[in-house]
Design a protein around this ligand. Structure first.
Ligand code: C2E
Ligand code: MG
Ligand code: MG
Ligand code: MG
Length: 272
């Protein structure tokens, strides 16, 4: 069943998708060792004349329920790969992270599709990291198969929002992830709650033990960033580092952040 409000929203979303009125913003992720830009995460935005700014947490599930997730994923990925090319033309060769709905992973040919999209635009697949949230949507064997196909193509895989699902540890141990993103809930509390700090530290150790990159999301303060750096977290992301940005703002942010980083750490950023 779909309510009248959702029906209107769904209709509006479908029109925005077809008429190319969605857009992507990009949130930087930096190495906590030296503050250098590691990659950017692509996040979809929908600013509608009628509905205003609608959050992805609202319309992505709607798209999932009503058969629009594949067109959304393909539009978003193509837009992001094209943006990568624009950055590359300017001499910036950054990695990009792209969020994938668990539903898309149900098609066994999805890894081939992603690879074809990269090749069509001459973007090396190893510049791409797919972010997946945990969810027991399909048998582990099948998921294993699909994820392994991505890895063979050189595409990275991040387990997003780690610690919020039911089967985190199992998925982490059995599936070929390259990166773990510690959920912002733990990051928010780690400077005030010893339990959260313990969980963050254990997750970093676990990621390293399994040969994966540890990333913290939702870093909102300098204190959180410096603590994460101290306990060996590899990569950080969050409003203190940068808001999700329009693509042309990346250069300006980088200069501004370099100053803040130097001030916070007393160190110059690598290469600056
Ligand atoms: P996510 O992948 O975990 O993305 C992080 C979300 O946290 C983003 O919200 C981002 O704007 C927000 N965020 C970043 N730093 C901070 C911070 O310091 N504090 C706080 N409070 N929030 C922060 P957003 O853009 O609203 O996206 C929400 C979720 O929607 C994403 O969570 C992702 O699961 C999904 N999503 C976003 N874009 C896409 C997309 O293109 N495709 C798919 N399938 N899902 C998407
Ligand atoms: Mg994500
Ligand atoms: Mg996340
Ligand atoms: Mg999230």
């Amino acid at each position: 069943m779909i309510g009248a409000a959702d029906l209107g929203l769904l209709d509006g979303f479908e029109r925005a998708l077809i008429n190319n009125r969605l857009h992507m913003v990009y949130q930087p992720k930096v190495a906590l060792a030296d503050g250098s830009l590691q990659r950017v995460e692509a996040l979809v935005r929908w600013d509608d004349p009628v509905f205003g700014a609608v959050a992805p947490s609202r319309f992505v599930p709607l798209a999932e329920r009503h058969g629009l997730i594949d067109p959304l994923t393909q539009w978003g990925l193509r837009t992001t790969l094209r943006q990568w090319l624009k950055w590359r033309e300017k001499g910036r060769d950054t990695h990009i992270a792209f969020n994938i709905s668990a539903l898309s992973l149900q098609h066994l040919d999805f890894p081939d599709l992603v690879e074809r999209m990269c090749r069509a635009l001459a973007v090396p697949p190893d510049r791409l990291v797919l972010e997946l949230t945990e969810g027991a949507t399909q048998p582990l064997v099948k998921l294993m198969d699909t994820l392994t196909r991505f890895r063979i193509k050189g595409i990275g895989l991040a387990l997003d929002d780690f610690g919020t699902g039911f089967s985190s540890l199992m998925q982490l141990r059995q599936l070929p992830f390259t990166e773990v993103k510690i959920d912002r809930f733990f990051v928010r509390d780690m400077t005030t709650s010893n339990d959260s700090l313990l969980i963050v530290k254990a997750t970093i150790d676990l990621a390293h033990g399994l040969g994966m990159t540890a990333t913290a999301e939702g870093i909102e303060t300098e204190a959180q960033a410096m603590l994460l750096r101290e306990i060996g977290c590899d990569v950080g992301q969050g409003y203190w580092i940068a808001q999700p940005l329009e693509p042309e703002k990346l250069g300006v942010w980088e200069k501004e952040f370099a100053k803040r980083w130097t001030k916070a750490t007393g160190e110059r950023k690598a290469g600056k």
